[in-house]
Write a protein that binds this ligand. Structure first.
Ligand code: DAT
Ligand code: MG
Length: 151
C-alpha cells in the first residue's frame, strides 16, 4: 500500500491543530503507520529541505521548521501521496481549495501548517529519513475492507 510522509509543522503544533490534522487524514480513510512528536535538529531540517537549498526562502524555512516541535507521521492508503496533498491543499494557502487544511487554517506560505511528500519516490526517501523501520507499524484495521475495498 502506498505511503506518504506528513508533518504537522511548528505553527500547527503551537496552534493546537495536531488533532485537527490527524482527524482530517483519519476521516479521509488514510491509515496511520507511524507517528512521533519531536524537535527537529538543524541537520535533519537541512536534509529534509535539501531540494530547496539556495532558494530565497530556504534560510527562513530552516529557522521555522526547527523553531518548535513537529508531529511526524506516515500515512498509507490508495494513492496516499496525492490524496494527502489534496487534503492539505496548495502550498500557498490563498490558492488552497476550500475544505483543505491550508485553506481552512492558514494564510501565509511560510506558515502553511503541514508538509506532505510530493511523489512516491520522495515519500520513500522522507520516510526513511525520519523513521527507522521498527517505528513503522503494519496492522489490520477493521475498516480496511470498507475503505480500501474494490468491487
Ligand atoms: P509544499 O510544502 O507544498 O510541498 P514546497 O515543497 O514548494 O511546497 O516548499 C516547501 C515549503 O517552503 C512550503 O511549504 C513553504 C515554503 N515556501 C515555498 N515557497 C515559498 C515562498 N515563495 N516564500 C516563502 N516560503 C515558501
Ligand atoms: Mg514540498
Amino acid at each position: 500500500m502506498e505511503r506518504t510522509f506528513i508533518l504537522v509543522k511548528p505553527d500547527g503544533v503551537q496552534r493546537g491543530l495536531i488533532g485537527e490534522v490527524i482527524s482530517r487524514f483519519e476521516k479521509r480513510g488514510l491509515k496511520l503507520a507511524g507517528a512521533k512528536f519531536m524537535p527537529v535538529s538543524q541537520e535533519l531540517a537541512k536534509k529534509h529541505y535539501a531540494i530547496h537549498k539556495g532558494k530565497p526562502f530556504y534560510e527562513g524555512l530552516i529557522k521555522y521548521i526547527t523553531s518548535a516541535p513537529v508531529m511526524a507521521m506516515v500515512w498509507e492508503g490508495t494513492n496516499a501521496v496525492a490524496a494527502a496533498r489534496q487534503t492539505m491543499g496548495a502550498t500557498r494557502p490563498w490558492e488552497a481549495a476550500p475544505g483543505s487544511l491550508r485553506h481552512d487554517f492558514a494564510l501565509e506560505v511560510g506558515r502553511n501548517l503541514t508538509h506532505g511528500s510530493d511523489s512516491v519516490k520522495n515519500a520513500e526517501a522522507e520516510i526513511s529519513l525520519w523513521f527507522s523501520p521498527s517505528e513503522l507499524v503494519e496492522w489490520k484495521r477493521c475498516s480496511d475492507d470498507w475503505i480500501f475495498g474494490q468491487n
